[in-house]
Design a protein around this ligand. Structure first.
Ligand code: NAP
Length: 496
């Protein structure tokens, strides 16, 4: 059970503590933030509402701890990360339970998220040892006008304090995808978990605590992003922000100081289907890509752009698969579970009603009970409907019928987003040309968009993000190049 066994010390009464200076603490605010179970719509957990003074203290200790951590041998940093990964995997059950209760993640997916996170931490430790163990060596006479009188040695040094802010949908995985690269690179880390998902994150942080990381190196500040977020992101003690979420990221980018930013934001991932595509494969990928975790994935298929000539057949195939999706509580490992909050369900409903009013074809009846929305395929969607452009983050998928590939590419590129996209065709030449033409960070050929495997580069363009991640890119992003130049005497100098 969450907050029991080895996790007993992270809770006080019914309120989970925050983590600072190597200890679990109660906030002096005396206030708690409620985490609402999306299924029951009742308070499931409570976390501390941390104060600005507590943030200041955490930043001070993070700064101090980072100085000695940066001098800790790389192999030792890696050893601790491997230890944390093993502890995390060992305690997957209570963490998965928190994911089920806080964000209604289907039971099996909740366990998968924790195991995948442990694997990510281990991979990151190994990758860090390799790439941070290397530097470059340059000689001066390769640049015009220079003699060989300078040797330049470069290595990668940490940035300082990294602020990590993950979203609700993969709170553990998207927290460790920031924590592990930051730590292996010699940074300290302040985590602000999403409110829905905070308890899973606190358990994950305790696994790092149990692994024996130095005091103050990792901290976890809880509280509502709307209340504590600006203070954190504009804090002068922060040297880098790694954020994953929605439009909030755009606002943060405008307010943050002159520090490196890693922004992984929303998407409207398009699925372009050509006439020669294997429609069974497409239908299976639309189901997996559009409806896994009820569509609450940044890389979910969010609009299908299908050639008119094969649209009827494809829609029929998808419809028959939608009918087989199980709908219900996450504890029963249903395919479709309640969306994260009532406001999210209301937003999705708004998109559905707009499409209805403007004449979309409903392939299923629209049905909602509380936060639970039954999977819905909307056919004959047109560009004047909101769902053609907006990210529902729910189990509702629009189909736009296109008369040409160019029309599909045009729709994809007219979006403000540019995270991922996919194209289905048996013609690899066409697939490559379409991939080149789509303005998105990644194009999958003959498969639904996906973030993993976690070492692949992952990036969005336009409003979908800044920078690139994936384990190697994240480690590089959380470091800076440092040069040392050895100046030698002129070539006329003689040793004798
Ligand atoms: P969100 O509302 O933007 O929240 C993300 C995080 O920001 C949460 O931890 C939130 O804390 C925090 N936050 C809120 N206001 C803040 C502020 N003023 N300053 C600093 N932090 C603040 O996003 P979400 O609803 O959790 O996640 C869904 C979105 O994330 C979707 O748009 C999805 O596409 C995107 N996403 C993108 C990727 C990617 O890699 N590109 C991956 C996953 C999700 P609270 O929970 O306390 O408000």
């Amino acid at each position: 059970m969450a907050g029991s066994g080895v996790f007993g010390e992270i809770i006080d009464g019914d309120v989970f503590k925050y983590y600072a200076d190597g200890e679990w603490k109660k906030s002096s605010s005396g206030k708690a933030v409620s985490i609402i179970n999306p299924t029951t719509r009742k308070t499931q957990y409570k976390v501390q509402a941390c104060t600005q003074e507590e943030v200041n203290k955490v930043m001070e200790t993070a700064k101090a701890a980072q100085k000695s951590w940066a001098k800790t041998p790389l192999w030792k940093r890696a050893e601790l990360l491997h230890k944390a990964a093993a502890i995390l995997k060992e305690h997957k059950a209570p963490i998965a339970e928190a994911l089920i209760k806080e964000i209604a993640k289907p039971a099996k997916d909740a366990v998968t998220e924790v195991v995948r996170s442990g694997d990510l931490v281990s991979y990151c430790a190994e990758e860090g040892v390799r790439i941070l163990g290397q530097g470059t060596f340059l000689v001066s006479d390769s640049f015009p006008g220079n003699e060989r009188t300078k040797y330049c040695l470069t290595s990668k040094i940490p940035l300082g304090v990294v602020l990590a802010i993950p979203p609700f949908n993969y709170p553990v995985n998207l927290a460790v995808s920031k924590i592990a690269p930051a730590l292996i690179a010699g940074n300290s880390l302040v985590l602000k978990p999403p409110t829905q998902g905070a308890v899973a994150c606190l358990h994950m942080v305790h696994c790092f605590h149990l692994a024996g990381f130095p005091k103050g190196l990792i901290s976890c500040i809880t509280g509502k992003g709307s209340e504590i977020g600006d203070f954190l992101t504009m804090h002068p003690g922060v040297n880098c922000i790694s954020f994953t979420g929605g439009d909030t990221g755009i606002a943060i980018s405008k307010k943050a100081g002159m520090i490196p930013l890693q922004m992984e934001l929303g998407g409207k991932d398009a699925c372009i289907v050509l006439e020669d595509a294997d429609l069974d494969l497409v239908a299976a990928n639309i189901i997996k890509g559009g409806f896994s975790y009820s569509g609450q994935r940044c890389t979910a298929v969010k609009v299908v752009l299908v050639m008119e000539s094969v649209a009827d057949t494809l829609v029929e195939k998808v419809k028959s698969k939608v009918a087989k999706l199980t709908v219900g509580p996450p504890e029963d490992d249903c395919d479709i579970t309640p969306v994260v909050s009532e406001s999210s369900a209301n937003f999705i409903e708004g998109l559905v009603m707009d499409a209805k009013q403007k004449g979309a074809t409903f392939c299923q009846e629209y049905k909602r009970e509380g936060n639970l929305i039954w999977p819905l395929l909307l056919d004959h969607v047109r560009p004047d409907m909101r769902i053609a452009w907006e990210e529902p983050f729910g189990p509702v998928l629009p189909v736009i019928r296109i008369g040409s590939v160019e029309e599909g590419i045009h729709h994809c590129n007219a979006s403000n987003f540019g995270l991922q996209g996919c194209v289905f065709t048996k013609d690899i030449n066409k697939a490559m040309l379409i991939s080149d033409a789509m303005e998105s960070g990644t194009i999958q050929i003959n498969s639904a968009p996906a973030r993993g495997p976690d070492h692949f580069p992952f990036q969005g363009i336009k409003d979908s993000g800044i920078g690139s991640q994936g384990i190697t890119n994240s480690i590089n992003m959380m470091t800076k190049v440092k040069s040392t130049v050895i100046n030698l005497p002129s070539p006329s100098y003689t040793m004798g």
